[in-house]
Write a protein that binds this ligand. Structure first.
Ligand code: NAD
Length: 457
């Protein structure tokens, strides 16, 4: 079998074709990584710090080329692709400091002489499974902390983002990393499952169904696993919000990169009299979202799933306020779309469709809006739009989401802070920031008694 990826804006453009390596090749890559890991850890904090810094340099030195590849392979608008490349370099640079961070603490004994130490150590080989929508940033925010603390990594990218991952591996090699400390194994479900079966720690980002299977398989083996999954993200707009600003933020979160972010807004909840003005402002803002903002969806199947869901919602009584059509042009495009009157149990109101489509709901008051927002297991990110910080912060306390953004688009991530969802949107330790360093290490406790007579036992 061959793994291929095509340009979503120009489906005749084949970006890459590579032979699928198969499960045995994954096991071999993990074995090689295991062989390299002890040397990588023993090289010390200074060497690991320098190496990670060099990866940041290599990413920066190839920024425009990388951004163009992201545009070509996964259809990301250029400005966002440039932003992702800059973030990727920043992630490597941020974690280049991590090898120097304290790896434990000294404690008093409960009684008697001696020393109690805690120390965090790497797991060994980290198996990283990534989606296609952030083809450089997500692999990097998994690999950089894992490597900083002394793990070797094997990355299995999504097939749709194969070329980006292979180019990242070339840049890592250019940075002079020891062989097999960072390996990329292209592939699909077979290679992903083989990696979960062989790695010492597993980090997965992707869709909910696949993620749950990965968590089950890793848990069965007894290896630590984290999974960041899909979201069904809401934007709450209160009547005292700056409606024009809220509409701009929400349109960016619905249509930005064609809604293909786990933190994209797919449910807009207008409270009380915010409904009418927000509906009108949002329609206007979505109609202004051009290719520089939205772009194509990743493939024909994604486009057809979206338009099928819109048609089915309309058949069930919904109204299209804007969009809903496939533009007549090459590429896998769907117009930014807003619907009202979608029945509460319709899949479009209940499931992640991963495209530039949102449903507008009315809520009588903030309490009703919070009940609606929380009525999903996919609680990743919620935005709250209000002129009152008191009201917004009080609402934040009652929302289930892992990420709450006040007067901002629901999409948007700060790489130095913990990132993850609530309820069914996330499993295990948070990603990014200090949380990632905790996930990629395991603690041990060391008790030291004085040697010789009188040392005690
Ligand atoms: P996906 O679940 O189809 O694939 C994710 C990865 O899993 C790919 O590398 C894929 O090849 C691999 N895979 C598939 N079957 C597997 C199996 N049986 N065992 C092991 N690995 C397997 O997701 P996708 O389409 O690549 O990405 C889109 C999804 O990712 C959306 O649901 C989106 O919300 C989610 N996502 C979540 C976050 C987050 O941090 N919460 C971030 C980005 C994307």
């Amino acid at each position: 079998m061959t793994i291929t990826s095509y340009n979503p804006a120009d489906p005749a453009d084949l970006v890459v074709a590579v032979e699928e390596p198969g499960a045995e090749a994954v096991r071999a890559a993990v074995a090689r990584a295991r062989g390299a890991q002890a040397g990588w850890l023993a090289a010390g904090a200074g060497a690991r710090s320098v190496a990670l810094g060099r990866i940041a340099d290599a990413v920066e030195a190839h920024a425009e080329e990388l951004a163009a590849l992201v545009v070509r392979e996964v259809g990301k608008p250029l400005a966002e692709a440039r932003g992702e490349v800059a973030r990727t370099a920043a992630i490597w640079r941020y974690y280049a400091q991590a090898p120097y961070a304290p790896s434990g603490a000294v404690h008093e004994t409960a009684g008697g002489p001696g020393l109690l130490l805690t120390r965090r150590r790497p797991h060994g080989v980290a198996g990283l499974i990534a989606p296609w929508n952030f083809p450089l940033a997500i692999p990097s925010w998994k690999a950089a902390p894992a490597m900083a603390v002394g793990n070797a990594v094997v990355l299995k990218p999504a097939p749709e983002a194969t070329a980006c991952a292979l180019r990242l591996a070339e840049l890592v090699a250019l940075a002079g990393l020891p062989q097999d400390v960072f390996a990329v194994l292209p592939g699909g479900a077979e290679e992903g499952a083989a990696l979960v079966d062989a790695a010492d720690v597993v980090s997965f980002t992707g869709s909910t169904g696949v993620g749950r299977a990965v968590v089950r398989a890793a848990t069965e083996r007894g290896v630590p696993v984290q999974a960041e999954l899909g979201g069904l993200n809401a934007a709450l707009v209160l009547p005292d919000a700056d409606i024009a600003q809220a509409a701009g933020h929400i349109a960016a979160a619905v249509a930005g990169y064609a809604g293909q972010k786990c933190t994209a807004t797919s449910r807009v909840i207008a409270v009380g009299e915010a409904y009418g003005p927000l509906r009108d402002a949002l329609v206007k803002a979505l109609e202004a979202a051009d290719d520089a903002v939205c772009g194509p969806v990743v493939n024909a199947a994604a486009r057809d799933r979206l338009t099928g869901a819109v048609d089915s919602a309309v058949a069930a009584g919904a109204t299209v306020l804007t969009g809903g059509r496939v533009p007549e042009r090459p590429g896998w495009y769907v117009e930014p779309t807003l619907l009202a009157g979608v029945p509460a149990e319709h899949p479009l109101a209940r499931e992640e469709f991963f495209g530039p489509v949102a449903v507008l709901h009315a809520a009588a008051d903030l309490d009703a809006a919070i009940v609606l927002a929380n009525d999903t297991p996919h609680s990743l990110a919620t935005s709250v739009h209000s002129g009152s910080l008191d009201v917004a912060l009080a609402a934040a306390d009652r929302l289930d989401a892992g990420m709450i953004r006040i007067n901002a688009p629901s999409s948007g991530v700060d790489f130095h802070l913990p990132f993850g969802g609530a309820k069914g949107a996330s499993h295990g330790e948070r990603e990014q920031g200090q949380a990632a360093l905790d996930f990629y290490t395991v603690g041990r406790t060391i008790s030291v008694l004085p040697a010789g007579p009188g040392g005690g036992a």
